[in-house]
Every structure is written in C-alpha cells, then in structure tokens.
Design a binder for this molecule. Structure first.
Ligand SMILES: Nc1ncnc2c1ncn2[C@@H]1O[C@H](COP(=O)(O)OP(=O)(O)OP(=O)(O)O)[C@@H](O)[C@H]1O
Length: 304
C-alpha cells in the first residue's frame, strides 16, 4: 500500500506537486495519468525517497522510504530504463544489486528468467541492448527483492506489441498475487487494458481517483446506438421523450439522454422492430481527452 498525504513539491517558483493525496491499494493495478509536466514522475520520485517533499508525506506499507531497512525487499521501481551502466552485463548489474541488498544469488537467475532474458543475453554488455531488453532488465531489478510494492514510470515506452502484452500480463499477475502495482503510461489503450484503478493528475493536483470502469462510465455520457428497419419512425418519439438524436453512419440513431431500456419500451409502444440496441461505452482515451478539454487545470498544463 502507498499512502500519499497532502504532498507538495516546489522547485523554486514551480509547484510540481500541489497538495496531492491518494492511496494505492494492493491486489490491483493502479494507473497514474496526467499530461506532460503534471507531476507524475516527481510524485514517483517522492514516493521512492529520491527527492524530499516541500510538505506532506508518503508512506509505503506504513513507513517512509528512508525508514525501510531493506528497501528493495519492500518496493521495486523502474524509473529510467536507460539508467544502467552500459559496460556491465545484465547479469552483473542485477547481481551487484543483489549483493548490495543481501539478496541471494539464485534470485538473480530467477528474475532474469522471469523477464525473459536468457543466460546468453544476460551475460552480454547492456550497451548493445534494445529498448525492450533494457525495460526487461529494469523490471528484473525491480522484482529482485520480491517486493510487495512496484512503481513503474512508463514501463511500456518504446516496446513492440509483444513486449507491451508481456508487461500487461506481468503487471496483472503481480497484482493478482496481492502486490501493489502503480504505473504511469501515455498509451491510453494500453492503460485501459492493464489498470483496474486510476489516479489522474493535472498541474500537480488530483483530478480523479476511481476504478477504471467507474471513471469511464461516469464520463461516458450514456449514448446508445439504435438500429431498426424503419428507424425513421423512432426519431420523433425519442425526441419527445427528451432524448438527443443524431444519425449514425449505419442508418440508425445515436441516442443521448435515454437509456436502452426506455428506448426499447418506446420502440415497442410504436411498433418498431429493433435490429440493434447497444449502449456505447467510451474508450479511456475519449474520456480522458474530454476531461482534458473540460478541466482548466489540465488544459493549462497541456498547452504549456
Ligand atoms: N528537478 C526539477 N527542477 C525544476 N523543475 C522540475 C524538476 N523536476 C520536475 N520539474 C518540473 O515539475 C513539473 C512536473 O514534472 P514531472 O516530470 O513530475 O511531470 P510528469 O507528469 O512526470 O511529466 P511527463 O509525463 O512529461 O514525464 C514540470 O513542470 C517540470 O518541469
């Protein structure tokens, strides 16, 4: 569990994080969203004790990062996949971390196998690593201490489809094991598939803290697609019932302001045989973009 309480971080006149409070709970993947410069990386750095807050606090499992006797066994992180010394092999990089943290050698082979770095590749210098291999190595290091909490900043950055799917499944399985998984990503479609819960920030402030499904549904607007052989006959009754009706390219109607049940009743009352009655769910990307348009906090940062 991660507890962020009234967290503020200022860099001179710039407020990167502004009175932020939220809790990241175990057993699910929590996505961290916000436009460039919203304060996501700063928040993650503050959680990991890499920077000190101007005010407020962050606790990991009830303690500050600096109070953790063996941090790697409590929290694993991936902040910058390129932060690996290029002259060393992947194996030596992870083995060095293990030695410095009292973690047995056999765990090094275990995590390298877990992230799909075979022994041959793991013995090569990381300088020649592709971005995907670098991400896998970073994740191996994050998992080394078998931590209950994982914090990953843009883990799928630059990965191919197979790598992205691999990270998605890994994150889900780590959460299913009861771990706390907190990750940021700019890839909305991927975030929608991976995260169960969302924290959205804009200009260092909290804009939303909600389950993914609830976040999407509460901002979706409840639009329904209606198709019928004689759909034209439905328009007037729908509008009289207070719905907003716009033509759909397939010859039906897109109906706002009336749910599918009420539309079905109207169709029956007017003897219109429906061919399709589909509540349309927005994508995370659509909801997020609409929210960006509506939020001054968000917009001001997005055009910065
Ligand atoms: N060390 C620093 N010194 C001065 N300003 C900083 C520093 N670190 C971050 N900032 C500023 O704080 C704000 C938040 O930055 P941060 O990197 O946390 O945002 P972000 O949400 O992670 O953005 P991105 O999605 O682009 O990574 C930005 O305006 C940034 O310029």
């Amino acid at each position: 569990m991660i507890d962020v309480h009234e967290l503020t971080k200022r860099y001179g006149p710039k407020t990167a994080v502004d009175g932020l409070s939220f809790t990241v709970r175990p057993g699910r993947v929590t996505g961290f969203l916000g436009p460039n410069g919203a304060g996501k990386s700063t928040t993650m750095r503050l959680i990991l004790g890499l920077d000190s807050p101007t005010s407020g606090s962050v606790l990991i499992g009830g303690r500050t990062y600096r109070e953790l006797a063996a941090p790697l066994r409590v929290v694993g992180s991936l902040l910058d996949a390129k932060g690996v010394h290029g002259g060393r092999s992947a194996y030596h990089h992870v083995a060095g971390l293990a030695a410095g943290n009292g973690i047995p050698r056999r765990r090094v082979d275990e995590v390298l196998a877990l992230v799909g770095l075979d022994p041959g590749t793991a013995r090569k210098r990381t300088r020649g690593f592709s971005l995907g291999m670098g991400q896998r190595l970073g994740i191996a290091a994050a998992l080394l201490g078998d931590p209950a909490v994982l914090i990953l900043d843009e883990p799928v950055n630059g990965l191919d489809t197979e790598g992205i799917r691999w990270i998605r499944e890994l994150m889900k399985s780590l959460a299913a094991q009861g771990r706390t998984v907190f990750l940021s990503s700019h890839l909305m479609s991927e975030m929608e598939l991976t995260a169960d819960h969302l924290i959205v920030v804009g200009r260092g402030r909290l804009l939303a803290d909600a389950p993914m499904r609830e976040f999407i549904e509460s901002h979706s607007g409840g639009r329904t697609l209606v198709r019928a052989a004689d759909a034209a006959r439905l328009r007037e009754p729908l509008e009289r019932a207070g719905a907003r009706v716009t033509p759909d390219t397939g010859g039906g109607w897109l109906v706002d302001g009336l749910d599918a049940g009420a539309i079905g009743e109207l169709a029956r009352a007017h003897d219109v045989a429906l061919r399709e009655l589909t509540p349309l769910r927005s994508s995370l990307e659509e909801v997020y973009t609409a929210m960006a348009g509506a939020s001054a906090e968000y917009r001001a940062e997005a055009v910065r």
